[in-house]
Ligand binder design. Structure first.
Ligand code: ADP
Ligand code: MG
Length: 263
């Protein structure tokens, strides 16, 4: 495998996985993932529980170290610095710097409970990026307006509904001005009546041109918003294509079985 960020069509995708492998002890969880995501693309990652979806997102976001293949975000190899034709492990500081380009939203919103909504948004831009307070505050308030929560700026997370908390989590990730947003089942912990408000925010974000990889069981969202749907099974991608094609006309029997269970 050559160390080259340009793909066969001469482009540099925003994310590029080449034969990515990951094991936990003897258990191989990712068995050779090849995936490219272009700038501005929205890719929905679907598949049964345990198929490796979260692990893949965590690898992209430097939260797990891969043990085979290469993973690129733009022209950088995740976890490594390229020197000539060799890879050197990144230092902690280099990893932190690269991670600032990636926003991640989890199933459980993980807001800082002792901070107000506005403070939650401002924390990382101030402490990690050392940006100016007035500038960060203005951006944070704009983002709260974007997710429909400007009136909650001074509330504490415990006083918000799950759907509101998840919208805050999305705004907090966006406040770092990431190039890539990863969503790991962002609505699966929510009461059904709160799912729609979160999906709407994500849909608007997709329309604004954000590059997104979304793990979800919301097939309606995938059909409406995703440029591409990728189906994982047992650590491998076994089917991918336009959302309409994969969801309405799945080719692989495993995809059909999965879809009939979630649709
Ligand atoms: P999915 O998100 O598709 O449900 P995961 O990526 O969470 O799947 O998990 C894939 C497999 O990897 C599962 O069998 C899970 O138990 C295992 N796994 C995930 N994280 C760890 C870990 N930190 N240590 C050991 N096994 C793990
Ligand atoms: Mg998962």
């Amino acid at each position: 495998m050559t160390i080259e960020s340009i793909n066969a069509t001469g482009q540099v995708p925003l994310v590029r996985a080449q034969d990515v492998r990951k094991s936990f002890g003897p258990h191989q969880v990712l068995k050779g993932i090849d995936l490219e995501v272009s700038s501005g693309e929205v890719v929905c990652l679907i598949g049964a529980s345990g198929s490796g979806k979260s692990t893949f997102l965590r690898c992209v976001n430097h939260l797990e170290k891969i043990d085979g293949g290469l993973l690129w975000v733009e022209d950088r190899v995740v976890g490594y610095r390229i020197k000539g034709d060799k890879l050197h492990e990144q230092s902690h500081n280099e990893i932190c710097a690269d991670r600032t380009d990636i926003g991640m939203v989890f199933q459980h919103f993980n807001l800082f409970p002792h901070m107000t909504v506005l403070e939650n948004l401002m924390e990382a831009p101030l402490r990690v990026l050392k940006q100016r307070k007035d500038e960060v505050r203005r951006r944070a308030l704009g983002l709260l307006e974007q997710v429909g929560l400007e009136q909650k700026a001074h509330a504490y997370p415990r006083h918000l509904s799950g759907g509101q908390q998840q919208r805050v989590a999305i705004a907090r990730a966006l406040c770092m001005q990431p190039k890539l947003m990863l969503f790991d089942e962002p609505t699966s912990a929510l009461d059904p009546e709160l799912v729609g408000e979160v999906l709407r925010v994500m849909k608007d974000l997709a329309k604004s041109g954000m590059t997104m990889i979304v793990v979800t069981h919301e097939m309606g969202f995938a059909r409406d918003v995703a440029d591409r749907v990728v189906f994982m099974h047992d650590g491998r991608i076994i089917e991918e294509g336009a959302a309409e094609t994969v969801i309405n006309h799945p080719q692989h029997e495993r995809t059909r079985a999965f879809l009939s269970a979630v649709l």
